[in-house]
Design a protein around this ligand. Sequence first.
Ligand SMILES: O=C(O)C(=O)C[C@@H](O)[C@H](O)[C@H](O)COP(=O)(O)O
Length: 364
Amino acid sequence: MRTIDIPLGDRSYPVRIGEGLLADPAAWAPHVGQAPILIVTNETVAPLYLPAVLGALKGHDVDTFTMADGEAEKNWDNWRALIGRLADRHAPRDTTLVALGGGVVGDLCGFAAATWMRGIRFIQAPTTLLAQVDASVGGKTAINIPQGKNLVGAFHQPAAVIADTATLRTLPPREYRAGLAEVLKYGAICDAGFIDWIEANIDALRAMEPDALAEIVERSVRYKAEVVGADEREQGVRAILNFGHTFGHALETHTGYQRYLHGEAVAIGMVVAATLSESRGLLAPGLARRLADIQSALGLPVTVPADIDAPDLLQHMKLDKKNLAGRRRLVLLSAPGKAIVDEDSADADILAALNACRAEDPAA
Ligand SMILES: O=C(O)C(=O)C[C@@H](O)[C@H](O)[C@H](O)COP(=O)(O)O
């Protein structure tokens, strides 16, 4: 087991990464006391991993809350149902919530933890690649509303992250690929050498080779720990973690959270953001093409579909959380591995970048 600390003063916590952690009582023991535990999970994950977690937590007072699977479930109805369960069970303030699942479960469970009795303890037990490398770390919790992604939420740090890398072996291939988009994001914004590493290891990543998986989870968490440790509440540098997300969130919102997995939308968004960086003259030509080629090789989408109008996406971007004082703020690149926050892209620049990223083959 490897441990990476998220350095946040009295809100610091460990991210524990290893094979078989969910079933290991020793992985849980330091983070759960004698108070009640409510495990939040979904219908896909529950049959696979709930028995192991219940076994590891034997002797504790444990209840479970199981929701349906999918991004569209990160909504008011499930938040209300989860809060209702806590109320029905008279859950005291020392209750621990456990998010057992992907980013949707983690974000919704975290938001319930942030809001029940003004904030209770929770543990992230991420079972998808995307949640292990990104969503479970950093304390962003939220639900989606029809007007926009993650628009209702809170910063609420977990007490620990228990990332069992054995769970990645049961991931549907599409879910796994979606997680790779957030992995590549760290290369684009933090470390050009990581882009090189990913490019050189495409076959190993496609084959889900254990060493390659261990490398991407640990490296990604280290990049995220550094950024979150420097700026917990996104007052500055943390915004770079949003590279590709302004466009990705617009795609997700526009399609009702039904068409794309989050990582897929971010993959398209990263290509658009890199294309815009190049057309604005901020970034030397070539990286947008390179990111698109890597993503295509990893089985990720890279183009804006023909049936989605660029002005509609621009409209959704008005509610992006990075915007300040009526100014749109975008995360762009100035070099491979170097992100900047830009306030000067005009509507016309953005529309041109979106249209430049249309599929060359209209059937694609
Ligand atoms: O942790 C962050 O900060 C991020 O922006 C990471 C993103 O990859 C993640 O999808 C996050 O939940 C998006 O947050 P939002 O503030 O854009 O809703």
